[in-house]
Ligand binder design. Structure first.
Ligand code: PNS
Length: 163
């Protein structure tokens, strides 16, 4: 085991809930790749480049954390990077079914890949990229729910038709 873990997601955008998982996963694994999926099933608000940039700015100074992006299957990306651990955050029960299906499908495709779930901290249980975008779109206050670089980007996006 090389201890390399991947935390994949859409991160559209990266929230304080995601940051909480990165910070805690970085205590458990010596190297962590936060990987932005070029997700074909969702129409993202932010481009991959924007999402990667927001992540890089939000995670600046975290030495063992790398930001990357991938397209195609997560299992193929994990193989290519030589990682055998996937980290996912779990919020409420509603996350469970989808996560359960993904973890089993990924295990079937790549039996050596282990998915590790981390429970999102209590104060972030209700935070999602979707709700943050919606509140920001209607000029609501999302400070504290997203890291500062994301907050700046959301403020710039307002009124540009970018949402
Ligand atoms: O932040 P999200 O949208 O919950 O992340 C979902 C993600 C990106 C981890 C998942 O959709 C994924 O791994 N996509 C890559 C394509 C893939 O491997 N799909 C098969 C999973 S069953």
């Amino acid at each position: 085991m090389n201890g390399l873990a991947i935390y994949p997601g859409s991160f559209d955008p990266f929230t304080s809930g995601h940051l909480d998982i990165v910070q805690r996963a970085a205590q458990l694994f010596p190297r962590l790749i936060v990987a932005v999926a070029v997700n074909v099933r969702k129409m993202p608000t932010f481009t991959v480049e924007e999402r990667v940039q927001m992540l890089q700015e939000s995670l600046e100074g975290m030495e063992q954390v790398e930001v990357d992006s991938f397209s195609g299957l997560l299992v193929d990306y994990a193989r290519q990077r030589g990682a055998r651990i996937i980290v996912r955050g779990l919020r409420a029960l509603s996350d469970f079914e989808n996560e359960f299906q993904m973890a089993h499908m990924n295990r079937r495709l790549h039996p050596d890949l282990e998915t590790v779930f981390m429970m999102t901290s209590q104060e972030h249980f209700y935070v999602s990229s979707q709700t943050v975008k919606e509140v920001a779109f209607f000029d609501g206050n999302v400070s504290g729910l997203v890291p500062e670089p994301v907050l700046r980007r959301l403020r710039n996006q307002r009124g540009t038709g970018g949402f």
